[in-house]
Design a binder for this molecule. Structure first.
Ligand code: HEM
Length: 297
């Protein structure tokens, strides 16, 4: 039996607890607003409206996992940014990114197996899972080799999956999304991360945004023929070129209700952007996010 969205949300609830009015994953977050300004190159890759004219954004920063009291200083957890690009015709195009270029599972069955092992709290089962599925260790290795981001504004973010962009001439190009903070990555060493406590990101962001906006350059990393488009546990070769697509600017906070009213869904994208049809995790995200959304009403 293939894994279902219900099963994945059940096991996330088992690991983290089922908290009322709370997402089954990325439970702790901060809702924000801003805008996106495309570069002139962007429209050569995609006919999506946000790549030909500036649009307003609603965003949500979050920590991975379903614990609403998770520590902001935890090293082996991802930070994330989820964005709604609000398009002129009233529709939205979403983009979700995390602070690692890879995910710990290549398909829903493997993710269910991983989460089930973790939920068992049996250290031998977890060790056996990772021994049998070494590709699942890449995300934690990446995170442990880097500092904890000092701020949501100073982290770099990755879309992880492959998407296909289509321009107005019908040319199609495989890309992966990447956002780089304009001031560069700023991290905390292990001691500083520990001293910062469990809840420093919100205050830091409030103080920062009171002085001015936080910006990121959004890049499309350009895939070459033969680059895999089905495996979110794997990166493309490091030498792939990228095209600067625009600037994401976060200007202020927004009430949580604005972000909680719907879901950020990586498959909700404007014409000109297409989720890789070969990636089995992507459709499961729509399915499981809908289950989580239903349970948090
Ligand atoms: C099958 C694999 C996955 C499952 C089962 C899963 C599960 C979930 C769930 C249940 C939520 C909460 C949805 C809601 O209530 O709105 C969520 C949110 C999120 N997920 Fe996933 N996820 C998966 C893969 C990924 C991947 C590959 C990424 C990498 C970009 C990712 C990034 C996020 C982000 C950024 C959010 C927060 C969205 C927000 O702030 O509302 N997820 N995930």
């Amino acid at each position: 039996e293939p894994a279902t969205g219900e099963q994945l949300v059940d096991v996330l609830n088992k690991i983290f607890g089922a908290h009322e009015k709370t997402r089954a994953s990325h439970a702790k977050g901060i809702c924000v607003k801003g805008d996106f300004k495309p570069t002139t190159d962007a429209a050569t890759l995609s006919k999506a409206p946000q790549f030909s004219a500036p649009v307003p954004l609603i965003g949500r920063y979050s920590l991975g996992g379903g614990n609403p009291a998770a520590s902001d200083g935890q090293k082996d957890n991802v930070r994330a940014i989820a964005l709604h690009f609000n398009l002129p015709d009233g529709s939205v195009s979403d983009l979700l990114m995390i602070t690692a270029p890879v995910f710990p599972a290549k398909n829903p069955d493997q993710f269910l197996e991983l989460l089930t092992a973790v939920a068992s709290k049996d250290k031998e089962k977890v060790a056996a899972y990772f021994a049998a599925n070494p590709e699942s260790t890449g995300q934690k290795k990446y995170l442990m080799a880097r500092q904890v981001p000092a701020s949501y504004a100073t982290a770099d973010y990755f879309g992880v999956h492959t998407f296909y962009l289509t321009n107005s001439d019908g040319q199609r190009q495989a890309v992966k999304w990447k956002a780089v903070p304009v001031g560069g990555f700023v991290g905390l060493d292990d001691e500083a991360a520990e001293k910062s406590g469990t809840d420093f990101y919100r205050k830091e962001l409030e103080q920062r945004l009171a002085k001015g906006p936080a910006s990121y350059e959004l890049f499309a990393v350009i895939g070459q023929p033969g680059d895999q488009d089905d495996d979110p546990t794997a990166e493309w070769p490091a030498d792939r070129k990228s095209v600067k697509m625009g600037t994401i600017t976060i200007s202020g906070l927004e009430p949580a209700a604005t972000c909680d009213a719907g879901v950020f869904d990586p498959n909700v994208v404007a014409d000109g952007i297409e989720p890789s049809p070969n990636d089995k995790i992507l459709p499961m995200r729509t399915e499981s996010y809908a289950v989580s959304f239903g349970r948090r009403q």
